[in-house]
Write a protein that binds this ligand. Sequence first.
Ligand SMILES: Nc1nc2c(ncn2[C@@H]2O[C@H](COP(=O)(O)OP(=O)(O)OP(=O)(O)O)[C@@H](O)[C@H]2O)c(=O)[nH]1
Ligand SMILES: [Zn+2]
Length: 202
Amino acid sequence: MPPATPRARHAGSARLPTEWGEFVIHGFEDAIGQEHVALVMGQPEQAEAPLVRVHSECLTGDALFSRRCDCGPQLEAALRRIGEAGEGVLVYLRQEGRGIGLLNKIRAYGLQDREGADTVEANEALGFAPDARDYGVAAAMLEALGIRRLRLLTNNPQKVSGLEAEGIAVTERLPILAGRNPHNHAYLETKAAKFGHFFDAD
Ligand SMILES: Nc1nc2c(ncn2[C@@H]2O[C@H](COP(=O)(O)OP(=O)(O)OP(=O)(O)O)[C@@H](O)[C@H]2O)c(=O)[nH]1
Ligand SMILES: [Zn+2]
């Protein structure tokens, strides 16, 4: 019987020097043609449970310095922590706006500005689930990199259960507290109240 279609096709790799050290960037394509990357430092596949960050794309926060969310500072903090450890993986998932896409996220932001909706209500008003992400692609990318057990940098309990449901063993959840500011205070409070995010320190 032929093997099942991989959910993430490895499409190439290259050196990626950064402010936090030298990574290898691996490109992947998923079953619907979306492109994702993983930044790998050291030999995490040989570690018992390497440090891993699974980061969901946020163009506004990761690249455009938005202070509406905490994504940019979390991305930097994750790369710094992996750099300090000298080993680990950052999976960068192109699931912008918790999976609804950039333009819908902008519409959702508009509803939050003009109608007073919170981040969950705005998604629902547009006809989407509060969180439309799928961790199958992340799990497939990690497996392709030889990683099935890991320590995960996240405050999001659904990210832990989502990866475990896809066959990845999360041996430890490590908080990633960065980027709180007056503009994202209400957003972070809503994440804690409605998604169960942990914002306590270790
Ligand atoms: N739909 C929608 N997406 C948002 C909004 N604010 C941020 N996002 C997206 O939410 C995703 C980040 O999700 P978070 O819940 O902050 O973080 P997380 O990655 O799940 O959890 P952590 O691992 O703790 O950071 C990114 O894809 C952002 O683009 C919003 O108001 N509406
Ligand atoms: Zn963001």
